[in-house]
Write a protein that binds this ligand. Structure first.
Ligand SMILES: Cc1cc2nc3c(=O)[nH]c(=O)nc-3n(C[C@H](O)[C@H](O)[C@H](O)COP(=O)(O)O)c2cc1C
Length: 211
């Protein structure tokens, strides 16, 4: 992709406040999630899951915990990114197995990797694990927004929700998951107040420092 194409995608996308009634085909949603999975993550661990909610009754229950943001109900699909709160040692062991299946390296290299990762992450307690997983999920969000734009899928990244209530409604605790952010996706409605508005961004002088 050329830079100009990328720039036009970045300008095409915006945080949609009102979706039309059009729905996105499931194979497109599957592709979007697959592309999101190609996002970079620390150590490659991808310590999060993407939960797809298509059921209107569940969306309705979540709307009650979304500070009146109607787009949580009125969308094609609602995606919830949740932090993987299962023990990091197990996540690392799973990753090393996947790594072995994809690379042909000496056994010693795998065991050094495993020990190095376990050592680097051993200090993370519950809250810091959540924060770390959340950072990785936000990185995947960036990939998702760009991937969605490339497929002409609209989205709104959202953290303005009661995350603990989402965990309850979705019964995430027994799955060792905790809500981080949500992304309703669909097709923008032409009456959306934000449609066609110009971007508000820092000027290069404010964004950029050269040392
Ligand atoms: C992490 C994150 C959380 C956000 N939470 C909300 C939200 O709860 N509700 C909302 O309407 N927009 C939310 N936004 C959208 C931002 O307001 C929007 O991305 C920003 O104003 C820039 O505008 P643009 O994305 O339309 O270019 C969120 C964006 C991000 C990245």
């Amino acid at each position: 992709m050329h830079t100009t194409q990328l720039e036009s995608l970045l300008n095409w996308r915006y945080a949609v406040r009102k979706f039309s009634e059009q729905s996105i085909a499931q194979d497109k949603v599957d592709k979007l999630i697959e592309l999101t999975g190609l996002s970079a993550s620390a150590f490659g661990l991808q310590p999060y899951k993407v939960i797809q909610i298509s059921d209107q009754a569940t969306k309705q229950a979540l709307l009650a915990h979304s500070y009146g943001q109607q787009k949580v109900l009125d969308n094609s699909h609602l995606l919830v990114f949740a932090a993987d709160m299962s023990p990091l040692t197990s996540q690392i062991e799973r990753y090393i197995q996947d790594f072995k299946a994809n690379r042909d390296l000496d056994e010693l290299v795998y065991s050094q990797m495993e020990h190095g990762m376990k050592d680097a992450l051993k200090a993370l307690d519950g809250e810091s694990q959540y924060n770390w997983c959340s950072e990785q999920a936000h990185l995947a969000l960036g990939t998702l927004l760009l991937a969605a734009a490339s497929m002409e899928i609209d989205a709104c990244p959202m953290t303005g929700i009661d995350k603990a209530a989402y965990d309850e409604v979705l019964a995430l605790s027994p799955l060792n998951l905790k809500t981080v952010l949500i992304v309703p996706i669909g097709i923008r409605d032409s009456s959306d107040v934000n449609a066609g508005t110009s971007k508000v961004r820092k000027s290069k002088d404010l964004l950029h420092i050269e040392v």
